[in-house]
Ligand binder design. Structure first.
Ligand SMILES: Cc1cc2nc3c(=O)[nH]c(=O)nc-3n(C[C@H](O)[C@H](O)[C@H](O)COP(=O)(O)OP(=O)(O)OC[C@H]3O[C@@H](n4cnc5c(N)ncnc54)[C@H](O)[C@@H]3O)c2cc1C
Length: 417
């Protein structure tokens, strides 16, 4: 069968069931689409793809291109509106099948739906490569994903996660495409040497080896709320969300670690956090476009206004709240912010500045290297009180947070001075 493998958030060879399926073809082409819309101002006046995530994505693609080249395959980088570009390609090359990874954002799902409708004779396969569970093996059907995480977790915790699979032993002959392809420039040219989030499967594997070779998993729960410090949380998110690393592989390594070293509250908690990620994916699939609505799934109307001055001060880290400013400076400088920092910054925009949470979510989307549509918009809705568990939002007392997490002022002086 002549197959197109449309790569998206699955930029890896290891534990990639979509790749394994695509490999069962007589002829295969690999393609990914860079959408120019990512770089233009969207509805909230911000581009979706900021500089640091783009750098990470380019590094991830460069690594994948190398890995595929070593197996005699080419990854084609196409540019344009994904539906238009892929429709052209399917028509010209007469593909019989398109394999891709399951998406969770409503825009991405709509793109696929358009292609499916346009090509009724082509077989489209959407494969689960991004989550712990498969669509058909969820603790409950997607339509019954509960409103609260705890109800999901209680069931999900008892379920076994499928073992990860290795790379396919061989890949079929690849089809050379005539389409004009993008070249990745010199992606490392102006990257910050202190940046530890480097895109690509090889960097992800190296990070996993380092994380599980020491004792960090044994103290994860004790330190995960710290505002700063590479070792204080696992730092897997960017690699998971670009697909450079499989979440099932991560869980497998965690289980291996528990057998080899020890199982404790912290190793257990790391899994519980991965279940949050899982929950947000399936919740996004269930609620669709509601994920982006100001009132989300809540029955009530919420306040929160657009105030250009206040929003811009918040984005730049120039509010009257030093702890929030430090968080926002760290985010812009590094493309990363701890979970605690994200909660504090979001709570400030929603509660102190009485802003519309969607502008904050859009800013995080552009700045976070680990941006994930379901986790980002889902967490924002949760904090605003209109998403999962929509019983009023979460308001963090900034003075108290400063006292608990930055009593000696070290975090503030690091990012504000
Ligand atoms: C307002 C806000 C926006 C966020 N936006 C994103 C986002 O775009 N992408 C993203 O991956 N996470 C997001 N998170 C969740 C969380 O902050 C990050 O996953 C975490 O900080 C990443 O660092 P880590 O890998 O070291 O996390 P760890 O603490 O080591 O956690 C391990 C893994 O569990 C998952 N996880 C942990 N906490 C959460 C959570 N609350 N929701 C979903 N998954 C979680 C992540 O995959 C993470 O890599 C957001 C949280 C908030 C409050």
């Amino acid at each position: 069968m002549r197959t197109l493998y449309w790569m998206t958030h699955d930029l890896r060879l290891d534990d990639n069931p979509a790749l394994r399926l695509a490999a069962q073809s007589s002829e295969l082409a690999f393609a990914t689409v860079i959408n120019p819309d990512w770089f233009t101002e969207g509805r909230y006046g911000m581009a979706s793809m900021g500089k640091l995530r783009w750098q990470f994505l380019q590094q991830s693609l460069a690594d994948l291109i190398d890995s595929l080249a070593r197996r005699g395959c080419v990854l084609h980088l196409l540019r344009g509106d994904p539906v238009a570009v892929l429709a052209d390609l399917i028509e010209q090359v007469q593909f019989q099948r398109v394999v891709t990874s399951r998406q969770f954002g409503s825009d991405e799902l709509a793109q696929l739906a358009t292609l499916i409708e346009r090509f009724p004779d082509v077989l489209f396969s959407s494969i689960d490569t991004y989550t712990l569970f498969n669509f058909s093996g969820l603790p409950m059907p997607v339509s019954d994903i509960p409103e609260t995480y705890s109800r999901f977790r209680r069931k999900a915790e008892k379920m076994a996660v499928e073992e990860p699979c290795g790379m396919p032993a061989r890949l079929p002959a690849t089809i050379e495409l005539d389409q004009a392809c993008l070249e990745l420039g010199s992606v490392d040219a102006d990257s910050d040497p202190s940046q530890r989030l480097i895109g690509g499967e090889a960097a992800a594997r190296a990070h996993a080896e380092s994380y599980f070779s020491g004792e960090l998993p044994l103290t994860y729960k004790l330190v995960r709320n710290e505002l700063d410090g590479w070792d204080n949380s696992s730092k897997f998110s960017a690699w998971l969300n670009s697909g450079c690393f499989s979440v099932r592989r991560l869980v497998d390594l965690l289980s291996e670690f528990e057998l080899r070293c020890q199982r404790n509250d912290s190793t257990y908690w790391l899994y519980i956090e991965l279940l949050w990620r899982e929950y947000f994916q399936w919740l996004a699939l269930k609620i669709g476009k509601k994920l982006f609505l100001k009132n989300g799934s809540a029955a009530h109307q919420i306040s929160g206004r657009f105030d250009a001055g206040a929003l811009s001060a918040w984005c730049r880290g120039e509010t009257q709240y030093p702890l929030v400013n430090a968080c926002m400076k760290q985010l812009s400088a590094t493309g990363y912010l701890s979970n605690r920092g994200r909660q504090i910054a979001a709570s400030c925009l929603i509660n102190e500045l009485e802003g519309d949470w969607r502008y904050g979510a859009a800013w995080f989307e552009s700045q976070l290297i680990d941006y994930d549509v379901a986790a980002n918009w889902g967490n924002w809705q949760y904090l605003a009180g209109v998403g999962a568990d929509p019983r009023g939002g979460r308001h963090f007392n900034l003075a108290k947070q400063t006292e608990i997490y930055d009593a000696d002022g070290r975090y503030r002086s690091r990012w504000l001075d």
